[in-house]
Design a protein around this ligand. Structure first.
Ligand SMILES: *[C@@H]1O[C@H](CO)[C@@H](O)[C@H](O)[C@H]1NC(C)=O
Ligand SMILES: *[C@@H]1O[C@H](CO)[C@@H](O)[C@H](O)[C@H]1NC(C)=O
Ligand SMILES: *[C@@H]1O[C@H](CO)[C@@H](O)[C@H](O)[C@H]1NC(C)=O
Ligand SMILES: *[C@@H]1O[C@H](CO)[C@@H](O)[C@H](O)[C@H]1NC(C)=O
Ligand SMILES: *[C@@H]1O[C@H](CO)[C@@H](O)[C@H](O)[C@H]1NC(C)=O
Ligand SMILES: *[C@@H]1O[C@H](CO)[C@@H](O)[C@H](O)[C@H]1NC(C)=O
Length: 390
């Protein structure tokens, strides 16, 4: 009887401890009341047609609410993730709209704010967002904001990630405010009209020492790409596509030896691709398509031993295709996946050298002056277009 009692007791103890550790693993800190009230105020000013914030109710634990993340020990709200799940493809049904209540400022530990892909078509970005001093991540892209970008955003000195792309801002006259963002690693201003901000590159590069990614696609940039990359050897991604940049590719750009992705497509870039391109030894993705580049690709392209995708379509490259493949075969036989060079002035014919590219899957050489026949050995190609289709 005693033995039974003891074993029953230890059994209960075991159950209790299992339960305790189980409950511990899942125990959520309870949200802070003042922060819950701030969120409820914030909700009142939002238009939420699909009721995606239905979990946000009086008395609830705000750390459990949809889109709210709390610190796991202090319980402060640290993240608001309010991009609609069906966002990217056109404004989804669950897009939020309305106004942004300054009660957000009571979330003093907020470091991550994502309002992208919503529909704030009736307001500007509120100036007070510049007071959210703990923010490291701010994504307001494709959210239909109007009017001016408030310069106060330049006070967010902890910010590492800023995406304001694809909104409906008025023309930007100066980017000087950006110089306050000394921690910034990622900047996307795609679709922001920057023609009047003539110092766009100097301001960005000389003030943002930590910058790794710079995306300025479709920004109405015109004239030359300033030769200003000398001190930015840490840049990893540059995208200036779909502007009216009309110089040659500046020399200093070829010194970015950490660059993984370079996209300068859909501009009016002139001149030849410099042999200095061989210095871009980290390059994986190169897109110079739809420009007015001339001449031949330099032998030093063969020094890019990580190159996976190269798109030089719609330029004036005038070279024998087998010479280009020879250059690329120097160290890209194991890395090149996609080669696009349609609409140039390539000549010659394809040979069995094509089969040496072990993982080349996509090649478009249409609209050149390449003659047949197609070689027997085409390796792993699943897409090959060589001859003109009229
Ligand atoms: C809190 O989260 C951090 C990382 O997000 C994790 O390393 C840590 O172990 C967590 N602490 C607790 C008590 O769960
Ligand atoms: C965005 O919001 C405005 C104003 O509330 C509304 O008129 C418009 O239809 C909305 N657009 C979309 C695509 O939902
Ligand atoms: C480049 O564009 C600028 C501004 O549109 C223009 O003034 C200049 O003449 C152009 N230069 C070239 C070489 O086309
Ligand atoms: C590059 O850095 C040097 C020293 O750090 C500085 O004197 C120079 O002005 C910088 N150049 C540019 C283009 O930012
Ligand atoms: C490319 O690298 C070579 C050798 O390291 C160097 O002399 C040259 O200045 C570099 N070119 C550019 C544009 O950085
Ligand atoms: C195309 O190449 C052939 C030789 O293969 C040459 O005779 C012809 O002139 C070239 N056509 C053009 C438009 O360059």
């Amino acid at each position: 009887m005693t033995i039974l009692t003891i074993s029953l007791f230890s059994f209960l103890l075991l159950i209790a401890s299992v339960c305790l550790s189980f409950c511990n693993c899942n125990s959520n800190v309870l949200c802070i009341e003042s922060e819950r009230d701030a969120l409820l105020k914030f909700k009142i000013d939002l238009i939420d047609p699909s009721n995606s914030l239905s979990s946000w109710v009086e008395g609830g634990d705000c750390c459990d609410w949809n889109g709210v993340v709390c610190h796991n020990s202090t319980a402060h709200v640290t993240q608001l993730l309010l991009a609609p799940p069906d966002g990217r493809q056109g404004y989804g049904r669950s897009a939020l709209g309305g106004k942004i209540n300054p009660s957000l400022l009571e979330l003093q530990h907020l470091n991550w704010l994502d309002l992208s892909n919503n529909n704030f078509s009736t307001i500007q970005i509120p100036k007070f967002l510049g007071l959210l001093g703990s923010l490291t991540y701010l994504n307001l892209s494709q959210a239909r904001f109007q009017g001016a970008i408030p310069r106060n955003l330049g006070n967010l000195s902890e910010l590492q990630y800023l995406d304001l792309g694809r909104n409906y801002f008025s023309k930007v006259k100066s980017l000087q405010w950006i110089s306050g963002l000394s921690s910034l690693q990622y900047l996307d201003l795609s679709g922001v009209h920057l023609r009047k901000a003539t110092d766009w590159l100097q301001v960005t590069l000389s003030n943002l020492p930590s910058l790794l990614e710079l995306r300025l696609s479709d920004c109405s940039l015109e004239g030359p790409i300033p030769d200003y990359f000398g001190n930015m050897s840490f840049l990893e991604v540059v995208d200036f596509s779909s502007n009216s940049l009309n110089s040659s590719i500046p020399n200093s750009l070829y010194s970015l030896n950490h660059l993984r992705s370079l996209t300068l497509s859909f501009n009016d870039l002139q001149g030849e691709i410099s042999s200095a391109i061989g210095n871009l030894s980290s390059l994986i993705h190169l897109d110079l398509s739809f420009n007015e580049l001339q001449g031949k690709v330099p032998d030093s392209l063969g020094d890019l031993c990580k190159l996976k995708e190269m798109d030089l379509s719609s330029n004036g490259i005038d070279q024998d295709i087998s010479q280009i493949l020879l250059i690329l075969s120097t160290c890209c036989l194991d890395c090149l996946v996609s080669l696009r060079m349609s609409y140039n002035q390539l000549s010659g014919h394809l040979t069995d050298q094509l089969g040496q590219f072990k993982i080349l899957a996509y090649m478009d050489l249409a609209r050149n002056n390449i003659s047949g026949p197609i070689p027997w050995s085409i390796g792993e190609l699943s897409f090959l277009k060589v001859f003109d289709v009229s």
